[in-house]
Ligand binder design. Structure first.
Ligand code: ZN
Length: 203
């Protein structure tokens, strides 16, 4: 199982981090150690002083595929969920400055909290899904899949040129504007529409 994550997939988020809007998807990977599930707490790591949340729609691959055409990509997933792409922004900024890979800032233990999934059939339009993150009762991030630069089917098609997609693989589809830091004691709740699918305590 692998986790592939899209970066800079919402124009306003690319701008908030002073990144160019990409012409092709930017992506990176995380491994299984990153997954945090079943209500487990996130322990603030001692190697960073600036862990940020990035709330993202997550797609679970349910068929083996390679070189998938965009028009057929919707056959490769049945479930949609929500996750957080925790990012050590301080380490990422150093890596970016030096032109180094981002793994140190992106793929650490617990960096991919994952909520419950919903069947695709629950959505009338995959390109119009609202999602949000609350911290300590206050909404800090809100997104809609309509604002993606590259939509889910295109992302699947694009990634499958480089990676054989396998059953259970997860794709984090990028974060909307409004990323920010977490701190010990925070209680995070992520929703798709009005359904709470993920709860994390930061310890
Ligand atoms: Zn992200």
């Amino acid at each position: 199982m692998k986790i592939l994550c899209i970066g800079r997939n919402y124009i306003d988020h690319a701008k908030e981090l002073n990144n160019p809007v990409p012409a092709t998807p930017v992506f990176f990977g995380k491994a299984e150690n990153a997954i945090l599930q079943n209500g487990k707490a996130f322990y603030y790591p001692n190697f960073s002083k600036d862990i940020h949340y990035e709330t993202e729609i997550v797609v679970k691959i349910n068929r083996l595929g390679k070189n998938i055409e965009t028009q057929f990509a919707n056959r490769y997933y049945e479930e949609i969920g929500i996750g957080i792409d925790f990012t050590a922004r301080d380490l990422q900024n150093i890596a970016k400055k030096k032109g180094l890979p981002w793994e140190i800032a992106k793929a650490f233990d617990g960096s991919a909290p994952l909520g419950d999934f919903l069947p695709k059939s629950e959505f009338s339009d995959i390109k119009n899904i609202n999602f949000s993150l609350d911290i300590n009762g206050k909404t800090v991030q809100k997104g809609n899949t309509a604002d993606m630069i590259f939509d889910i089917d295109y992302i699947i098609s694009y990634l499958s040129q480089f990676y054989t997609l396998k059953i259970g693989d997860l794709i984090f589809t990028g974060t909307p504007v409004g990323v920010g830091p977490i701190k010990i004691g925070d209680k995070m709740i992520a929703k798709i529409e009005d359904k709470v699918l993920l709860e994390i305590d930061v310890k």
